[in-house]
Design a binder for this molecule. Structure first.
Ligand SMILES: Nc1ncnc2c1ncn2[C@@H]1O[C@H](COP(=O)(O)OP(=O)(O)OP(=O)(O)O)[C@@H](O)[C@H]1O
Ligand SMILES: [Mg+2]
Length: 394
């Protein structure tokens, strides 16, 4: 049977036909091997940390397999969630319950029934996991409330000593302290850091996938898509799928990916991304309490204030997720032709600080930037991609 594009390129689920194995930058070993090794060390907890959309969940699924993986999410927890109740419910064990027993009393012959409440012990649950060869993966640990993360870490400490195999997956910086900086767990951790994808590895996804579909793609076209994918395999899968959809409806040649189709595919890819509010919020910046902000005349003839300039500068070529202050400044300066009319470096720095503060006060989807130690990190590749290709914000 001929494969369909949506089976080959899968931005939202396990990519059976386009799975690419990468080597860890630190050890030079494939990530799959690192994770396999980590899980095998009994009495150790595995902490898998990496930026958003870099394939953390897929790696766990690949290595542990769907038969053996038990996935729970940090989002499954609120302040009152009982860890063991959740861990047992996920494998269909009832943690607490009642059973009725009936006895006939020997003397009188009367029937006597009683209801008893039982609760599974932790040990029973752990044993169940061990017997079935199950591995507990606590994914997106950063979604669990902060206080809960510490409690879960404590439960895990005890459980791994008793032989439970567990992997905790989280984003860097935000939520790994409960695990990585927890002195109770020190000496009992296997640490795996997932790095952003190199363009070479991203290119592989396109090459393997289009080959499976009998579609031709040249090296440099694949390389351009890889660059726009901003080190995210998810974006790569998404763009490739959209290229296929465009090819299907196009009247031109269907069996080759040409340069001309790329821009249309990028724009088409942003359609389902919901960053419009984030971008509008950033461009607006903090309230000026009625005062008007300085405006700068840009090379395209529009007048922008400092916050609009910052947003524009992030979207400039080449797409980069980590910008030194000098880069941001140079990008802003190159937007403003008149060199006497450019904002002072301090003003740019202050505005970046304020912007970061504003975004931090908002919901998770707004946490797209990190400005620290004179470096601007774009945390979410999908956001940067949207900024470059989405809506009319450019
Ligand atoms: N090894 C891989 N080979 C090919 N594609 C991959 C690979 N890993 C991930 N992907 C693609 O990227 C998508 C996102 O991967 P995944 O959900 O594992 O990321 P994540 O790091 O867990 O993201 P999040 O931080 O949002 O939880 C997958 O659905 C898949 O399309
Ligand atoms: Mg994930």
């Amino acid at each position: 049977m001929r494969l369909k594009a949506e089976d080959v390129f899968r931005p939202g689920s396990f990519p059976e036909y386009t799975y690419v194995s990468r080597k860890s930058t630190a050890s030079g070993l494939p990530y799959e091997l690192r994770l396999q090794q980590a899980i095998k060390v009994s009495g150790f907890l595995t902490s898998l940390v990496g930026p958003s959309k870099m394939g953390k969940t897929i790696l766990c699924e690949k290595v542990i397999g769907f038969e053996n993986i038990v996935e729970i999410s940090g989002a499954d927890f609120d302040e009152t969630t009982d860890f063991w109740k959740l861990v047992s419910a996920k494998v269909g064990l009832s943690y607490e319950g009642q059973f009725a027993s009936e006895k006939i009393l020997p003397d009188s012959g009367d029937k006597y029934s009683k209801r008893e409440i039982f609760a599974l012990t932790k040990d029973k649950i752990i044993n169940y996991y061990k017997e079935k060869g199950l591995v507990l993966v606590i994914d997106d640990f950063h979604y669990a409330p902060e206080a809960k993360r510490m409690q879960v870490a404590q439960q895990l400490k005890d459980a791994i000593r008793k032989g439970l195999k567990a992997v905790v997956v989280s984003l860097p910086h935000r939520a790994d302290e409960a695990i990585r900086q927890n002195s109770d767990l020190s000496g009992r951790l296997s640490l795996i850091n997932i790095s952003p994808w190199a363009e070479e590895d991203l290119k592989e996804i396109a090459k393997i996938g289009f080959d499976k579909l009998g579609i031709e793609i040249e090296e440099d076209v694949a390389a351009q898509i890889a660059m726009e994918s901003l080190s995210s395999p998810q974006l790569m899968q998404y763009i490739c799928l959209n290229i296929c959809i465009l090819l299907e409806i196009s009247k031109a040649e269907k069996n080759i990916v040409k340069q001309e189709i790329l821009e249309q595919a990028y724009r088409f890819t942003t359609v389902n991304f919901e960053y419009g509010d984030v971008v509008a919020f950033m461009r607006k910046g903090p309230s000026t309490r009625g005062k008007s902000r300085n405006r700068f005349l840009t090379r395209d003839g529009s007048e922008c204030d400092i916050y609009e300039l910052i947003v524009k500068s992030i979207a400039e070529n080449p797409p980069i997720m980590r910008l030194e202050f000098e880069d941001v400044k140079n990008r802003i300066y190159s937007l403003i032709p008149d060199e006497h009319e450019r904002p002072k470096p301090q003003m740019i720095k202050d505005s970046l600080g304020k912007l970061q503060e504003l975004l931090n006060g908002r919901e998770d989807i707004f946490k797209v930037l990190d400005w620290k130690e004179e470096v601007l990190y774009i945390l979410d590749p999908l956001f940067l991609f949207y900024l470059r290709w989405g809506g009319n914000e450019k």
